[in-house]
Design a protein around this ligand. Structure first.
Ligand SMILES: C[S@@+](CC[C@H](N)C(=O)[O-])C[C@H]1O[C@@H](n2cnc3c(N)ncnc32)[C@H](O)[C@@H]1O
Length: 460
């Protein structure tokens, strides 16, 4: 039987020399050891590396980079002072040109793996670069923990409960990081309880800081285990005095909840929303509403998607998975009518409010799941002339794909943040649709993630 974990001594003997063939979907170097695939985070294609085998799974090996014997010409220095184990910097040792190429190749690999109909004829565009490759993230969501007398604030190492204290996160905006640290100091000063899972103690568990690029306003949410915490309102008052902070919310969760956020959100101090601006339109955002993490690059993503829709003034546009109504509101003056569908009630309220804020008269936003509401709207006689779907990483529900294959809109645009689920959905949609073009926009430099925009056209 194969050993799952090697002991320290045994692992020393498992130092192996590997030539890296390519990058995997999560940005790890991939090579082969005795014909078994080995994943080595931090190693780059064409490099020869010394790796330690840390886990031996039946189908693959997990390796740890020990030393680079022959470096890739695409290798750049990893940011100094940053723990390489934190998520979000998987590609930071690869040149930016290399990252853009990887993101396109990653999409091609997903298509080759699932091979939707006619994928070899898809026109796959080069990845559109982000203007800022560092400090672009407008939202920080850090965990806080106390261990003896030390308070740590940061991110968990992937697949673990080990919190990595962040001296610096180089993709995070400087304002959001400074505010995170200031809040940690206030929590210590005011002796606000910090949640402790092991001892089942209530307290603050996560600090979320989101900033609107346009207005620079910051919204703080304290995710707590338990509702009433000592000095919480005093903390909220002091947070309100920090530069650019305009509101403080509390979100309650419990240890049973596997998600970071709980279901109950209440405002402690300040304004209800912060205001972002994209392509001349204003968007007010509540804490639970989705918004792209890289606001500067968001305008590029949206304008590319809207271009592919080829809108005309007689059309009804369905903005499915609408968030705070961004795409529909941006397109409203090009069409007759916009109907948006979104599942999170707070986001729908934001979208309805944003319609008013932008003096849009031909858009309405409905709360519910796209898979349930879209067939109902069709039965009620709503024409679906233009459609945009922008689902989460899990892709489209199978029932929605069935609806699309039955309703058969002449064309639609699919925005995807996960090439793997996009490729799988295209296999099913390929029954009736051809894909002409897929655009790729880099929203998250230094990570393996990319945002794809596919245009689907009904086959004649
Ligand atoms: C990737 S975001 C896109 C939001 C928006 N289009 C934007 O660009 O800001 C996906 C959105 O879909 C919503 N959502 C997730 N599953 C849904 C479903 N089954 N039906 C409707 N909305 C859903 C999420 O709450 C989130 O706001």
């Amino acid at each position: 039987m194969q050993k799952k974990h090697f002991s320290k001594n045994a692992s020393k003997e498992r130092h192996v020399i590997i030539t890296i063939k390519r990058l995997g979907i999560n940005g790890e170097g991939i090579g082969y050891y005795k014909r078994k695939i080995i994943f080595i985070p931090g190693a780059l294609p064409d490099e020869v590396v010394v790796a330690k085998i840390v886990k031996d799974h039946p189908q693959y090996l997990e390796g740890e980079l020990v030393r680079i014997k022959e470096a890739s010409s695409d290798r750049v220095p990893f940011p100094s002072g940053v723990d390489p184990r934190i998520g979000g910097l998987e590609l930071a040792q690869l040149s930016y040109a290399g990252q853009l190429k990887f993101k396109k190749d990653n999409l091609v690999s997903a298509l080759e793996k699932y091979h939707p109909r006619g994928y070899k004829n898809y026109k796959i565009k080069n990845t559109i670069p982000a203007p800022d490759q560092w400090h672009y993230r407008a939202k920080a969501q850090y965990q806080i923990e106390r261990e003896n007398h030390h308070v740590s604030l940061g991110l968990y190492a992937p697949n673990s409960h080990q919190l990595i204290d962040l001296p610096e996160m180089p993709t995070q905006s400087e304002d959001t990081q400074a505010t995170e640290r200031a809040i940690r100091d206030l929590i210590i000063k005011l002796r606000v309880p910090i949640a402790n899972r092991r001892r089942n103690l209530p307290g603050v568990k996560t600090i979320v800081v989101r900033q609107a690029e346009a207005s620079q306003e910051m919204q703080v949410t304290l995710i707590t285990v338990g509702h009433k915490l000592d000095n919480l309102l005093q903390l909220a008052d002091e947070i309100m005095r920090l530069p650019k902070v305009v509101s403080v919310y509390q979100n309650e969760t419990d240890w049973q909840n596997p998600q970071v956020w709980g279901n109950k959100t209440s405002k402690l101090r300040g304004k209800n929303q912060i205001t972002e601006e994209i392509m001349g339109k204003k968007f007010d955002l509540s804490p639970r509403s989705f918004f792209q993490l890289n606001p500067v690059q968001t305008a590029t993503l949206y304008s590319e998607a809207l271009k592919l829709l080829s809108l005309t003034p007689d059309m009804t546009l369905i903005d499915a998975y609408s968030g705070v109504g961004t795409l529909g509101i941006l397109a409203a003056d090009q069409v007759k009518q916009v109907v948006g569908i979104e599942s999170i009630p707070e986001a729908v309220l934001d979208a309805q409010h944003n319609v008013e804020l932008n003096h849009v008269r031909n858009a309405e936003y409905l709360q519910g799941s796209v898979e349930k509401l879209l067939p109902r709207l069709k039965e009620d006689g709503l024409p679906i002339d233009a459609l945009i779907v922008d689902p989460p990483r899990t892709g489209l529900a199978k029932s929605l794909i069935k609806t699309l294959l039955r309703v058969k809109p002449a064309s639609f645009v699919y925005i995807s943040c996960n090439p793997s689920t996009l490729a799988q959905d295209l296999v099913l949609l390929g029954e009736a649709y051809d894909v002409r073009v897929i655009e790729n926009v880099d929203m998250l430099p230094q990570t393996p993630r990319c945002e794809c925009i596919a245009k689907l056209t009904l086959r004649k």
